[in-house]
Design a protein. Structure first.
Length: 149
């Protein structure tokens, strides 16, 4: 296995994304690699339920700003340069892959959740990235958040 030089952590803007970022930081330190952090916001028009798509209310800039603030906060907390955070609006799977190709990432790290029941029938981000990427992909097992009983 060759040394990784530029790792991309494709994170969600939730606690699972934070867990992945912690793992990606440790991995990047182990390989002395550069770490980039990407969050992709997917634009989906709303369906009113009767087949009509509602007029688009563009909240994308607010979502980008909120995500950037959250991820930059994690970076500050973990000692990662907040300039490594990138937030974009795109299709999640192709957005991750195209970003990795554009910025010559040699490893993409994505979170992997166990799928049960109906969710196992749908396409999942980690599988879509793995099938499209031209570099290595590491799917990191993310344990579900345990609720207090």
């Amino acid at each position: 296995m060759s040394e990784y030089q530029h790792i991309l952590a494709a994170v969600e803007a939730n606690e699972d994304g934070r867990k992945l970022l912690i793992r990606a930081q440790a991995f990047a330190q182990r390989f002395r690699a550069r770490l980039s952090i990407l969050h992709v916001i997917e634009y989906l028009p709303m369906d009113a339920g009767n087949g009509m798509v509602l007029p688009a209310v563009d909240i994308s800039s607010q979502l980008v700003d909120q995500s950037r603030v959250l991820l930059s906060g994690w970076c500050t907390e973990l000692g990662i340069d907040p300039a490594s955070v990138h937030v974009t609006i795109d299709n999640i799977k192709s957005g991750i892959v195209s970003y990795a190709e554009r910025y010559a990432n040699d490893l993409i790290m994505v979170g992997h959740h166990r799928h049960h029941g109906l969710s196992s029938l749908f396409s999942h981000t980690e599988e879509g990235v793995l099938s499209r990427a031209s570099c290595d992909v590491l799917a990191v097992a993310i344990e579900p958040v345990k609720s207090a009983a």
